[in-house]
Design a protein around this ligand. Structure first.
Ligand code: AMP
Length: 510
């Protein structure tokens, strides 16, 4: 089962259906999309000698050619290695080397061999477009089994060196077929907008939309601008997009300024990082029943759990705050368990490590046996996330295992402290980490971005906190920042904040 069969089938079945859009301008129908992918596939084989199983890296900003190139790679049974274009050249080079990529396609249409990555190659404009007379060659995609490797998905590396998650054609197929059941039904009239990097989660939405013959839209800015998304929605209609919680927050703010209420947007799928209840309330008030949450990780892409739109929009439910703070119900194709320290299942309500089993779970980390053995145990993926299940099957995430703060022998989950602080009307963003503390082992530190720095101080936050939560969880220190450090997927870099605290502590000792 080669996932490129879906594009071939779409090209035959709906040749004239609109497929690829740059902004609101259509640049290809499905026949053209499939032909271009096949033309590029021919080039990969004949000009570059790429063989099945070999890796081809893509170091490009979002563009329609991204999709053509990925399908070309799969068409010939090779493996796509999308690399986040915002990474530093040395980080991107490390990934290309680690994957032993045969070629690296960059944004300006150039092709590099590994080790030749040019300085600033990612910023150049004017991608080359390959047009080939495809004739009858490679008329059908390479035949492979479901286990054949398709995508080396490099983790965002917020907790260390990025690892190459091995995703097969079977993983991607299972993930895509769950989407209409668990997240959002897809129709031919839909338009998926790639506003977040296609090298990561956003790129995964392409499959089901190809399968259904829907439209693929790359914003003209090739990135995320809230107003641009609103304009595209107004012009194209039935727009869906994946947005990290920080992107949703920006959309809400911009929508409020413009008096926009979501016209033309069908679905905003959010996930990848915690969405605080205060922000979710604002989003529901602004956009209504347009939000769906997913919880997943590269190791089980998009597919651990989902929180359905009617639950998120059901503000009148007595238990809304509880269920809306969860990450929803297990996807239909996976089993989810919560395990104790000895990897035994825990009773409902008790927090432990979340484990997942099913056809979406990765085949391991690329050439990293040790990490694969630690993470895939007895057929279960150990996610490194802590959470608990309730009687109705809702899964609530408390935190990453590595982020839990142990203060005076008690566990403090940064997420719950963040939720309380985020509710303060003057708090724009917050992130909580642990700091080494001689007396308590670790103490709680909150990094806060204020809406108006003159109207917020430590005293006000402490008063707010102790009215709402046990005082042993109270931050011992507040650090006010103009913004939080984030990676290009919108995830807050806790490692950087911890590092900053360590440096500040050692400077104080000197
Ligand atoms: P990545 O593999 O880079 O996409 O990161 C996956 C991690 O992001 C998960 O293991 C979670 O810690 C976090 N994450 C993903 N989805 C959510 C969500 N809906 N809510 C909170 N955290 C999430």
């Amino acid at each position: 089962m080669n996932i490129a069969n879906w594009l071939q089938a779409a090209g035959q079945r709906w040749p004239e259906r609109p497929a690829l859009f740059e902004g609101h301008r259509q640049i290809a129908d499905y026949r053209t999309f499939a032909n271009r992918a096949r033309g590029l596939a021919l080039q990969l084989v004949h000009e570059h000698g790429v063989r099945p199983g070999e890796r081809v890296a893509l170091l490009m900003k979002n563009c329609c050619e991204y999709l053509e190139l990925m399908y070309a790679v799969w068409w010939i049974g090779a493996v796509a290695v999308p690399i986040n274009c915002k990474l530093h050249r040395s980080e991107a080079g490390w990934i290309a080397d680690n994957a032993e990529a045969k070629l690296i396609f960059t944004d300006d249409g150039q092709v590099f061999a590994p080790g030749e990555l040019a300085e600033g190659c990612c910023e150049q404009a004017g991608r080359g477009r390959v047009v080939a007379d495809v004739g009858a060659a490679l008329a059908t995609p390479y035949t492979c089994t479901a286990d054949h490797l398709a995508w080396l998905f490099y983790t965002s590396g917020t907790t260390g060196r990025s690892k190459g998650v091995m995703l097969s054609h079977g993983n991607l197929t299972a993930m895509s077929l769950c989407y209409p059941v668990d997240v959002d039904p897809v129709n031919a009239d839909d338009a998926v907008v790639y506003a977040a990097p296609m090298s990561h989660g956003a790129g995964l939405y392409n499959f089901i939309h190809v399968r259904c013959g829907a439209r693929h839209v790359v914003p003209a800015s090739r990135g995320f601008k809230a107003q641009e998304v609103f304009d595209l929605a107004a012009r194209l209609g039935d727009v869906s997009l994946f947005a990290a919680p920080t992107m949703v927050k920006r959309m809400v703010e911009q929508a409020r300024v413009l008096g926009y209420a979501g016209d033309g947007i069908k679905t905003i799928v959010y996930g990848g990082a915690p969405m605080y209840l205060a922000d979710l309330q604002d989003a529901v008030d602004t956009f209504g029943a347009r939000l769906v949450q997913i919880y997943g990780q590269g190791e089980s892409p998009m597919t651990i759990s989902a929180l359905p739109r009617e639950v998120i929009a059901g503000r009148q439910r007595a238990d809304w705050a509880r269920v809306a703070a969860s990450v929803g119900l297990a996807h239909s194709c996976v089993d989810v368990q919560v395990l104790d320290g000895d990897r035994r299942p825990l009773p409902l309500g008790q927090p432990g490590q979340i484990a997942v089993r099913g056809p979406t779970v990765m085949h391991g980390y690329w050439r990293n046996e040790a990490a694969s053995r630690e993470t895939l145990v007895d057929g279960w993926l150990l996610t490194g996330d802590i959470g608990f299940l309730d009687e109705q099957g809702y899964l609530t995430l408390t935190d990453r295992c590595k982020d839990v703060i142990i203060s005076g022998g008690s566990n403090v989950y940064p997420r719950e402290v963040e939720e309380v602080l985020a509710l303060h009307p003057q708090v724009f963003e917050v992130c909580v980490v642990g700091e080494a503390d001689e007396q308590w082992g670790e103490s709680v530190v909150a990094f806060v971005v204020a809406r108006d720095a003159d109207l917020l101080d430590e005293r006000a936050l402490t008063a707010w906190f102790i009215e709402r939560m046990a005082s042993f969880k109270k931050p011992k220190k507040y650090v006010f920042l103009a913004e939080l450090p984030k990676n290009s997927y919108g995830k807050v870099l806790k490692t950087e904040l911890r590092h900053w605290l360590k440096e500040a502590a050692s400077a104080a000792v000197l």
